[in-house]
Design a protein around this ligand. Structure first.
Ligand code: ADP
Length: 472
């Protein structure tokens, strides 16, 4: 039982996606799968997908010229091939839907244990922590970066080979129904929901909308699947209760099945905590900072325990994990300056968690300097969320606040309302402007915290500071 590129034929693909063979050999085989026309090579099956900016259908002929052995296109699309070609053409009603169907079929041809995790914050970090644990016990597939949507997740699953003992997949969403569909495709053996927060409010209204969308996962799980939930997240637990299923909880509060206690903040050396499970305790050393990362580690440990990983291996795997670029990375710079680069992404709950984690890292003889970019996709809540963000910066005790983006002024207003002097708040127009003005204010032993949505590209500021100050 194993689907393998090079072995499966058009016929099997047609059956899996309920497609129609427009032309070509039903017994043709493909060396691999590709949905990117630029990297399609001879022998592959090219899948035409419609993205925000490009439509793969525009590149079908080009991939055939590059030697694609087959193409999958939307029903009704005319593939114009200049010469009679041996290429297989498969037509489907919806190429995105069909991609999910193929991935779902592919996954079911493998005995691999699949882990899926979702949540408003911490998905990529927890996925990497989980993979660090599972890799110690056998070959593990994981989605690259944050390829966690209806394209990234199926494409990852199509990389599943029989040597993979496990797969760890994160699931993201920005609208209702997406998590349900992703769960249907991945059919996880272990499913985890990390938290529900105010990310992606645009399509979902409020936090209950987010909770409902995240818990769609539970609706689609097989009855044997194990469910891991953040027991400290009241909104999540309330929404999860309607499914009436056994769950394994993790968290810091008493009563959770997998619990973290005695948390020690070791500054830029990371965190220490005690992992408690079934009446036993194991000390854990995490190479990353922040209480939020202790929670992510507890989720990863809970997933590992569901897959019967020995606790010693879980502790070791968590110790190996060294963080991901731009996710609350503590970077010691010259002159005892500490840069906390959290520029990968931002939403209101992640910002709160990150500020709470950053403040204890501030040197007692130094100051706290914050640089924030806009948080995107907040819909109607955008103005109030940015005001609140500014308020949080003021409440954190920051000495300087640099803001950039179309909501910079809202952040400034929020900070002033919480008592921050306006001459300590600087609105910058460009990355260079922000970096230069920040450098002018930074003194030895200061701690700088940077965060913004992905599109704000705040890593440019982080890189600028690193270039200017150099590493300790
Ligand atoms: P995601 O993949 O869900 O976007 P990441 O793991 O990439 O999450 O982390 C993005 C940012 O979210 C981090 O830099 C950190 O600021 C914040 N974060 C991470 N884990 C948590 C958590 N458990 N709770 C709240 N915020 C978190």
């Amino acid at each position: 039982m194993s689907a393998e590129w090079g072995k499966i034929s058009s016929k099997e693909i047609l059956a899996a996606v309920k497609g129609r063979l427009v032309s070509g050999d039903p017994h043709a085989r493909f060396s691999g799968f590709n949905s990117d026309s630029r990297s399609t090579v001879r022998g592959e099956l090219f899948w035409a997908l419609k993205g925000d900016r490009f439509d793969g259908h525009d590149f079908v002929s080009r991939t055939v010229l590059r030697g694609a052995s087959g193409v999958v296109v939307q029903e009704g699309f005319q593939v114009s091939l200049e010469n009679p070609s041996p290429t297989v053409i498969i037509a489907v009603n919806d190429t995105l839907r069909a991609l999910g169907d193929l991935a779902a079929w592919w996954r079911r041809q493998h005995a691999t244990k699949v882990v899926a995790l979702t949540g408003s914050s911490g998905k990529t970090t927890t996925k990497e922590m989980t993979a660090a644990i599972l890799q110690m016990g056998g070959e593990t597939l994981k989605n690259p970066g944050n390829h966690n949507n209806l394209i990234g997740l199926p494409v990852t699953l199509l990389k599943l080979e029989k040597t993979h003992q496990r797969a760890v997949l994160e699931m993201g969403m920005n609208h209702k129904g997406e998590i349900a569909r992703l769960t249907e495709i991945a059919n996880p053996d272990v499913a985890a929901i990390l938290n529900v927060g105010t990310a992606h409010l645009e399509g979902l209204g409020n936090i209950d909308g987010v909770a409902e969308a995240k818990t769609e996962m539970m609706e689609k799980l097989s009855p044997e699947a194990k469910i891991v939930l953040n027991g400290d997240d009241k909104v999540l637990m309330k929404h999860a209760a309607r499914f009436n299923r056994d769950v394994i909880t993790f968290g810091l509060a008493e009563g959770n099945n997998i619990r973290g206690t005695h948390i020690k903040n070791r500054g830029s050396d990371g965190m220490g905590f005690d992992l408690t499970f079934d009446g036993n305790t194991w000390p854990v050393n995490l190479g990353v900072s922040g209480t939020h990362n202790v929670k992510n580690a507890l989720a990863a440990a809970a997933i590992g325990l569901c897959l019967n990983e020995p606790p010693e291996q879980i502790v070791k795997g968590l110790g190996v994990f060294q963080g991901i670029k731009g996710r609350f990375q503590s970077i010691p710079l010259e002159k005892n300056i500490l840069l906390i680069d959290d520029t990968y992404n931002a939403n209101p709950s992640a910002l709160k968690a990150a500020l709470d984690s950053a403040v204890p890292l501030v040197h007692k003889e130094g100051r706290f300097i914050v640089g924030l970019g806009d948080m995107l996709e907040l819909g109607e809540a955008a103005v109030s969320a940015h005001r609140e963000a500014g308020g949080r910066v003021a409440a954190s005790g920051a000495s300087w606040f640099f803001a950039m983006g179309s909501h910079a002024n809202d952040m400034k207003k929020g900070a002033i309302a919480e008592g921050m002097p306006s001459n300590r708040i600087i609105i910058a127009e460009t990355h260079d402007d922000l970096t230069t003005r920040m450098i002018q204010e930074i003194e030895p032993r200061d701690t700088i915290f940077l965060k913004g949505s992905r599109m704000m590209q705040f890593e440019k500021i982080s890189e600028g500071l690193q270039r200017h100050f150099g590493f300790q």
